[in-house]
Design a protein. Structure first.
Ligand code: GZL
Length: 359
């Protein structure tokens, strides 16, 4: 295990208390990442050994996140990556972290499947003197057990979806109509699901004419979205809006609606989605998905940058959000939305917008 972390003495961790929503940074100067892809920087020809315990391979977003991590923690960038795909199994993921500790890696990176159950393994890593970074989803643990977290504000993503739906229905003259809403949630107990549900529910709870019919775990997968939407179609005569907590679930929901001849998107049941991966934005362009709220998967370069900072004895901010996220729509009818007092532009998807998509 490299001792760079201890050579540098006490690392001052500034705990940032800010949260940012899609489309804005409160304090951009606090961003940790200065160079997204660090120069190849091998200490005395020694690779930095990183153990990365990934959620799984459940979605297009996840594949993009994994590809970013593989590229970032590559040997040409000075890393020796130990990678474990936990296949959406929290016990397997905890076991992977324990094996990284036993192998005395230099750093551990975790994208946690669920938020609960992490305190003891995190204490084991701290006792072993191995710094831990959390990316994307969050865990419930003492803040001194990890160096920094790079992820999105999932509550703000959920609120943005609620704000857009409010504006969209007003634009259609349906602001006072009774609206039946079904939610296909992400993996239950993941901070992404908890946050998006919490954010959107703030709008559900504030509108007596919005009726949430149901919320069921679709596991962030296409099959999960299909399974849940099939159930909803059998159970409910009318569904005005389906909120899918990622694009893969939206594809499953579309398949289910198509299988019974129901129209969706621009021509029927409103579909809201999250992630805004390339194929998700393609469906926004085609009018199959009405609005898609970005969640950026490219956090690995920010961890590599923070590792370099630690090695140089520099401060690493306990950063909460690392990158702006955008809000996309099919129709060019909503200019912007306001969430938590911040105005965010709605981007109408065109071919140019789609071609700019990195993932
Ligand atoms: C969100 C991420 C979620 C994505 C899904 O940051 O954890 O997990 O929204 C993925 O696509 O499965």
């Amino acid at each position: 295990m490299r001792s760079g972390f201890f050579k540098t003495g006490v690392i001052l961790l500034l705990i940032s208390t800010m949260f940012t929503g899609c489309g804005r940074h409160d304090n951009p100067e606090e961003t940790v990442a200065e160079s997204a892809t660090p120069e190849a920087d091998v200490h005395n020809n020694e690779l930095i050994k990183v153990g990365f315990a990934q959620v799984g391979h459940e979605s297009d977003w996840r594949i993009a996140a994994t590809e970013s991590a593989m590229e970032t923690f590559s040997e040409k960038n000075g890393f020796d990556l130990l990678y474990v795909d936990a296949n959406n199994d929290p016990d397997m993921q905890m076991g992977a972290v324990r094996s990284f500790i036993e192998q005395k890696v230099d750093y551990i990176v975790i994208d946690p499947i669920v938020t609960k159950g992490w305190n003891s393994i995190m204490k084991e890593a701290k006792k072993a003197g191995i710094p831990v970074f959390i990316i994307d989803r969050m865990i419930d643990c003492d803040e001194d057990l990890y160096v920094a977290w790079f992820g999105s504000d999932f509550v703000a993503e959920g609120e943005a979806a609620g704000a857009w739906l409010e504006a969209y229905l007003n634009d259609k003259g349906r602001g006072n109509d009774n609206i039946d809403i079904a939610v296909i949630a992400g993996t239950e107990g993941s901070s992404a699901q908890i946050g998006r549900s919490k954010g959107f529910d703030r709008y559900i709870d504030s509108k007596p004419n919005w009726n949430k019919l149901d919320e069921t775990d679709g596991e962030f997968t296409k099959n999960g979205g299909r399974r849940v939407m099939d159930e909803y179609i059998k159970k409910y005569d009318n569904i005005d809006v389906v909120v899918c907590q990622n694009d893969n679930e939206a594809w499953g929901a579309m398949e289910a609606l198509k299988s019974v001849g129901k129209k969706y998107g621009e021509e029927g049941t409103v579909i809201i989605s999250f992630d805004a991966v390339y194929d998700g934005l393609s469906d926004v362009l085609e009018g199959n998905i009405n609005a898609d709220f970005e969640c950026n998967p490219l956090s690995a370069p920010y961890v590599a940058d923070a590792i370099r900072k630690l090695d140089r004895g520099e401060q690493v901010t306990k950063k909460i959000n690392y990158i702006d996220e955008a809000c996309f729509q099919h129709e060019d009818n909503i200019k912007s939305i306001v969430v938590n007092g911040h105005t965010m532009d709605m981007i109408t998807v065109t071919w140019d917008v789609l071609l700019e998509r990195a993932y």
